[in-house]
Design a protein around this ligand. Structure first.
Ligand code: PLP
Length: 407
């Protein structure tokens, strides 16, 4: 089946700017301090490799991360921890852990340190749920703004963390603008995107994602990647992956492919016009995490320098990829399957070549979320997430390439 898609191949790529390449040390140890930290699985999927016509397809499975159904908690937690340390504790370089933060807040501000303080974020689902979880772990209130049309199940997921959820009439970008107005000395706004004058916290979101990429390096144990595909909303996730692997010399680094929904292809549009460009929408894709109209200011320089190919896809393509991953025993939601969907959509020989899909290639796909909209998941895949996992266990599918101990 041919899926509708568009592609853009930039003429040349440069070297990535160095600023976000040097994150603060201690990120991985902070993540290990959080409840339910485990190294997530890296699967090898021969059936997908055959379908893509490449040697190996590796899938990093972020459908369960720190007890939540997406990788986003990595960035949300580190950005929250560093913001509290900076804004409420006046420290930039203490070794952070969740316990240390609560203890230090009490020591500096007294046992009523929580009174009047709160966390705020805007989200299309996953980031806000991560911020709400951090608030819950620290026993702080949280207020999360979501755009109109956010699936009920995603709102309930955030509320289950104890957050108050407010629906903003408009897009994800409108929800971001709304959340920014809440900032004060006692309200920390933890945004995963950046704009003029607000870059520090979103830089730490990008840094937080580095734990996942470092885990992948360990799991690869020296094996090199030829193609890395990164599905994108505002581009923070893609920038983190590109920053991580761009540190290598140009010949050794993988090709980077960005995948976006057709109606929210702000990175592709920005690349075509060599400047940050709005994808006006309407943003009605079911790939909710990718429904963003504007790239993040700090992610864009990294992405524009490192990306080899931009692919925009329709929902049908990601539905197909959700089923392909389910057949391999991997539960991938609409945004989670989008990276693979972009690669599967490419059939033209010249385009395959430009993307790096050769028969000897090792390709990394990241399943960035599980079934965050269970009704749609059942509808698309024809079974529940639990059904997919049961079948995986029975058939012993999608074997780990490397097992790394959880702590
Ligand atoms: C599941 C999932 N995948 C990918 C992304 C894209 O991340 P970014 O907005 O940093 O590009 C998101 C963002 O919310 C997401 O929720």
């Amino acid at each position: 089946m041919t899926m509708s898609h568009t592609t853009y191949f930039p003429d040349a790529r440069g070297t990535s700017p160095s600023a976000p390449l040097s994150p603060r040390v201690g990120i991985a140890s902070f993540h290990r301090s959080l409840p339910r930290y485990r190294v997530t699985a890296l699967y090898s999927c021969p059936a997908i490799a055959e379908r893509l016509g490449v040697k190996t397809v590796l899938v990093k499975d972020e459908s369960v991360r720190l007890g939540l159904p997406s990788f986003k908690m990595l960035g949300a937690s580190w950005a929250t921890a560093t913001s509290i340390a900076r804004e409420w504790l006046g420290t930039e370089d203490a070794p952070l852990s969740i316990r240390w933060i609560a203890r230090e807040m009490r020591r500096r501000h007294g046992s009523h340190w929580r009174v009047g303080r709160r966390l705020v974020a805007a989200t299309d689902g996953n980031h806000g749920r991560g911020v709400a979880r951090m608030a819950r772990l620290l026993r702080l209130p949280s207020l999360i703004f979501v755009p109109a049309g956010t699936a009920e199940s995603r709102i309930r997921g955030i509320e289950k963390e104890g957050a108050r959820v407010e629906v903003v009439e408009g897009t994800y970008d409108d929800a971001i603008a709304r959340s920014a107005r809440e900032a004060s000395a006692t309200t920390l706004v933890i945004s995963d995107t950046s704009w003029e004058g607000y870059t520090e916290t979103p830089t730490n979101v990008i840094h937080g994602y580095s734990t996942m990429f470092s885990e992948i390096d360990q799991q690869l144990s020296g094996k090199t990647l030829d193609v890395v595909v990164l599905q994108s909303g505002v581009g923070a996730f893609a920038a983190a992956g590109m920053a991580h692997w761009s540190a290598r010399d140009t010949n050794a680094r993988p090709r980077f492919v960005v995948v976006e929904p057709t109606a929210a292809n702000c990175l592709m549009l920005s690349a075509e016009s060599h400047a940050i460009t709005l994808a006006a929408g309407p943003h009605e894709s079911t790939m909710a995490g990718l429904n963003c109209g504007l790239p993040s200011l700090i992610a864009w320089p990294i992405i524009s320098h490192a990306t080899d190919a931009y692919i925009a896809i329709d929902d049908d393509a990601t539905f197909d990829a959700m089923r392909v991953l389910a057949d391999c025993g991997i539960v991938a939601g609409e945004s989670g399957a989008a990276g693979l969907a972009g690669l599967l959509a490419i059939t033209d020989v010249a385009e395959r070549d430009s993307v790096g899909l050769r028969d000897d290639a090792t390709v990394l796909v990241i399943n960035t979320e599980g079934a965050t909209d269970p009704d749609n998941y059942d509808h698309v895949v024809g079974t529940t997430d639990k059904g997919v996992i049961r079948t995986r266990r029975r058939r012993q599918q999608a074997t780990h390439t490397v097992r790394v101990s959880g702590r």
